[in-house]
Design a protein around this ligand. Structure first.
Ligand code: S3P
Length: 437
């Protein structure tokens, strides 16, 4: 489905509650189902990526039933425990989801389950050596097509713990090792050189696992854990687009309720504050080790900034929308070393540069993967076609960019946004003038 946007509405003041966080949604199933027992998941993200994880978990023999409670969709999970999972689940499709394939590989190796993992065109091009190497060092047996899909996970003689220094800053890789490490004999110690999102550590801690965190070192070992109910706070990476839309719109205000306020996910808000945005947060709760609260944002004028390379892992999903916001700021913005963006659902460096160019905005990438955005200070008035590259975060970032175009902005294959932000247009209907084509 293509959509057409005719700029934004003005003077709105709205309060929204967005769908649950995708990262915690995956973990609520993949880690939550390890012990034998029953629990419920509230505010689970019904994004395509999380539904992909749900289908695979069911193949393991975990029973998941959806019920409507007080108008909310709640998942009731009944797990036989990892030692009683089905031993061979055949071919399973991880579709577009990097988090699913990387975390589930850790679980399958640790629980000694045979499987063949396949995915869509995008996933087939994404690097898997980053998990194959550590899981193999732990005694896992994974065959691949030169580090790419399909992954053939074979039986092993039992995993052993390892000491592993991360080579790429990736929460998916770290989580895969920690999940396998929890199911292995002996302790596993992972050292990060750049801190990445820590939902895996927090969920294991909540379930009473033997996990310790000391600066950049995380150690985990097998211990008794229990099934516990999980609440999934609103996804800050989806909130990022609504925040961006508010900043670029005129005389408008938004309140976003019950958003995840984990430190590792708030760097976007920090950077926006540095750019001069009128944005604030109000902490309201703490559930399953995660901080929750409301975000308030108003229309703002932004200034360009430099974003250091050690900040990149904590805004990895927000760089497309930050690039769009930087394109309408005062002064250049520099993102240092965004190489990891090349290995996402599409080559996001290419997608950002090409689509900004379609809008008449210049951006460049140098040999050290520093991305520079040169803003324009006028509104755009032309008919523009945006190529989403079938990547949810590119489509959503340029949906927001359309606010600054007084001509028509067409976004191709907008349905790809269901990967992380189901029914996203319902949330933008009071903000943008949108027509489905
Ligand atoms: C995720 C980690 C990030 C992020 C992805 C979700 C996770 O990937 O881009 O959307 O849930 O662990 P990397 O850790 O590979 O950078």
């Amino acid at each position: 489905m293509d959509i057409c946007i005719y700029g934004s509405k003005k003077n709105w003041d709205i309060s929204l509650t967005i769908p649950g966080d995708k990262s915690i949604g995956h973990r609520s199933l993949i880690i939550g189902c390890i012990p034998k027992g029953k629990y419920k998941i509230e505010n689970f993200s019904f994004s395509k990526d999380c539904l992909t994880t749900l289908e695979i978990i069911k193949k393991l023999g975990v029973i998941v039933i959806e019920k409507i409670v007080d108008n909310n969709r709640v998942l009731y999970v009944d797990s036989p425990g990892y030692t009683n999972f089905n031993k061979d689940i055949g071919t399973v499709n991880c579709n577009n989801s990097g988090t699913t394939i990387r975390l589930i590989s850790g679980l399958l190796c640790g629980a000694n389950i045979k499987a063949i993992l396949v995915g869509d065109d995008s996933l087939q091009n994404r690097p898997m050596k980053r998990i194959i190497e550590p899981l193999t060092l732990m005694n896992g047996h994974i065959e691949s097509k030169n580090g790419k899909l399909p992954l053939l996970i074979n039986k092993n003689d039992g995993l052993k713990g390892i000491e592993y220094n991360m080579t790429v800053p990736s929460a998916q890789v770290k989580s895969s090792i920690l999940i396998a490490g929890f199911l292995a004999s002996e302790k596993t110690i992972v050292t990060e050189f750049h801190k990445t999102r820590n939902h895996t550590e927090k969920l294991f801690k909540y379930l009473n696992a033997n996990i310790n965190i000391n600066n950049n070192k995380i150690s985990i070992e097998n211990s008794n854990i229990e099934s516990k109910d999980i609440f999934v706070p609103g996804d800050p990476s989806s909130a990022a687009f609504l925040i961006g839309a508010t900043i670029l719109s005129e005389k408008s205000k938004m309140k976003l309720n019950n958003v995840l306020l984990n430190d590792g996910r708030l760097k976007y808000v920090d950077i926006l504050k540095r750019m001069g945005a009128n944005i604030s947060i109000n902490k309201t709760g703490f559930l399953n080790e995660e901080l929750i609260g409301d975000i308030y944002v108003e229309s703002s004028n932004l200034n360009g900034v430099t974003v250091k390379s050690d900040e990149i892992p904590n805004i990895i999903d927000e760089i497309p929308i930050l690039s769009v916001l930087a394109a309408f700021a005062k002064g250049n913005t520099l993102f240092e070393n965004v190489e990891e963006l090349k290995y996402k659902e599409c080559d996001r460096v290419e997608a950002i540069i090409e689509n900004l160019q379609n809008m008449g905005i210049e951006s460049t990438i140098d040999g050290k993967y520093n991305l520079k955005i040169k803003p324009i200070d006028n509104l755009i008035e032309k008919n523009i076609e945006i190529d989403s590259y079938n990547d949810h975060r590119i489509a959503l970032a340029f949906l927001v960019a359309a606010i600054k175009n007084h001509g028509k902005t067409i976004i191709k294959n907008y349905e790809c946004t269901d990967i992380s932000f189901p029914k996203s247009l319902n949330y933008f209907k009071d903000v943008l003038k949108i027509e489905k084509m």
